[in-house]
Design a protein around this ligand. Structure first.
Ligand SMILES: C[C@](O)(CO)[C@H](O)COP(=O)(O)OP(=O)(O)OC[C@H]1O[C@@H](n2ccc(N)nc2=O)[C@H](O)[C@@H]1O
Ligand SMILES: Nc1ncnc2c1ncn2[C@@H]1O[C@H](COP(=O)(O)OP(=O)(O)OP(=O)(O)O)[C@@H](O)[C@H]1O
Length: 287
């Protein structure tokens, strides 16, 4: 068993979740990806990654995730992509404490990948810029760049054109119905609406925006529909990303926790605070 006690050659980094405070789909690009407008709200809750320098060139990842082969894990894929880009010869032991539900629309895999890039860039003293790390990360997932840049942001393009945004701090309850939604399935679905008109940041701040994937996802997944109806009784509820998680905001932690405690059987969830800056950046001392 690998010993991951903290020392000079070890970094411990949070991998925060995100929610999409709104999500519009403007159209489809020639590569099949969709042109979006969204606000990524970072949360102070997520997975935790520990990276430790090795004296040889091996890259190891533990423990195994139940549903993801190690070779497909975005942590290992990010480490390999970074090492190849930088022409670095050394290795590292990586340990991922997974808390975020997979396929929930809260960006867990992308955040794990981003924290891997940020941490190994420091551990291996590669000195690559955030822009460079974000472009390496974008090849791994559309949500990786926002986690690399580490700020709650207005996003356009496929999520890589980012404008930091300060949102009044709120508490969020994120509820996960008992189902997994494939992002690819929703984006390739015939009935997805892809014709939202572009809006300005001011229009989002004035309210009234929504998630354009929500009508289709709640139709395909009755569990999502039920979760939205239930949570909406306490505070306006919305889908994040392509789901399956839904969320609602509350003025304080106690109010959010009181609702979480009554959640319907079969659902799981967590309460987290919205943050302007990524806890990964704070932990690594990135300005
Ligand atoms: C919907 C969001 O969660 C909003 O935050 C993200 O844009 C999805 O980001 P992600 O899970 O990192 O997505 P990826 O792993 O890059 O892509 C999964 C699949 O979703 C589709 N996809 C994703 C993002 C995007 N802007 N257009 C797409 O059409 C593609 O078919 C792709 O094969
Ligand atoms: N470390 C990881 N954590 C979670 N999923 C991973 C990881 N590595 C690879 N994956 C794969 O990535 C896919 C997407 O997982 P993720 O949890 O990021 O989805 P998501 O929350 O819907 O993301 P998004 O909000 O970016 O659409 C999963 O199907 C899983 O097989």
């Amino acid at each position: 068993m690998t010993d991951f006690s903290t020392s000079a050659d070890t970094l411990v980094v949070p991998c925060p979740a995100k929610i999409n405070l709104f999500l519009h789909i403007l159209g489809r690009l020639p590569n099949g990806y969709h042109q979006l407008q969204t606000v990524f709200q970072l949360l102070d809750y997520g997975d935790t990654l520990t990276v430790r320098q090795r004296q040889d060139s091996q890259l190891t990842l533990s423990p195994d995730l139940a549903d993801v082969d190690n070779k497909d894990n975005l942590v290992l894929r990010a480490a390999i992509a970074l090492r190849r880009f930088a022409g670095y010869q050394g290795g590292a032991d990586l340990y991922l404490e997974k808390r975020l539900p997979i396929g929930g629309g809260i960006g867990g895999g992308s955040s794990d990948a981003a924290s891997t890039l940020l941490a190994l860039n420091q551990l291996w003293q590669l000195n690559l810029s955030l822009d460079t790390l974000a472009s390496i990360g974008q090849q791994l997932g559309a949500d990786v760049p926002v986690f690399v840049h580490g700020a709650t942001a207005w996003a356009e393009g496929t999520g890589e054109k980012l404008t930091p945004l300060s949102i009044p701090s709120k508490w969020y309850l994120v509820l996960r119905p008992n189902c997994f939604v494939s992002t690819g399935e929703i984006f390739s679905h015939q009935q997805l609406t892809r014709q939202d008109a572009p809006i300005k940041i001011a229009a989002f701040l004035e309210g009234g925006t929504g998630n354009s994937c929500q009508p289709l996802v709640r139709k395909l997944y009755p569990e999502v529909d039920k979760a939205l109806i239930w949570l909406d009784k306490f505070s306006p509820a919305m889908l994040t990303g392509t789901g399956s998680c839904v969320f609602a905001s509350f003025d304080n932690e106690d109010a959010a926790r009181a609702v979480l405690a009554q959640r319907p059987e079969g659902t799981e969830g967590f309460v987290a605070r919205g943050v302007d800056l990524s806890p990964a950046h704070t932990a690594l001392g990135i300005a």
